[in-house]
Design a protein around this ligand. Structure first.
Ligand code: ZN
Length: 90
């Protein structure tokens, strides 16, 4: 595997544009092993698109494919995504 590996912070900005909330600290629960981790701790692989993987079991959590016109985000491996409630946002 010679894809470039980054961490979740690398794609947090991209996700933040979509969800309009802070994404580095959003907690994702892996559908494979059940581990809960902040998005910033997930492993990110860039190839033709972006694949975010569980740092514990390597399950593909999120895939992102982007071109000039659109962004397609797949959450095939995430059981839950927990973000801060609006009341707690600064
Ligand atoms: Zn996992």
């Amino acid at each position: 595997m010679d894809e470039l590996m980054l961490d979740g912070n690398a794609v947090a900005g991209m996700l933040q544009e979509v969800f309009a909330v802070e994404m580095t600290t959003a907690m994702g629960t892996c559908g494979g092993c059940g581990a809960a981790d902040p998005v910033g701790a997930m492993h990110v692989y860039r190839g033709a698109g972006v694949v975010m993987r569980c740092p514990h079991c390597d399950n593909a959590l999120v895939t992102i494919v982007k071109d000039e016109a659109r962004m397609v985000i797949g959450f095939q491996g995430v059981r839950t995504l927990q973000v801060a409630a609006p009341e707690t946002r600064g």
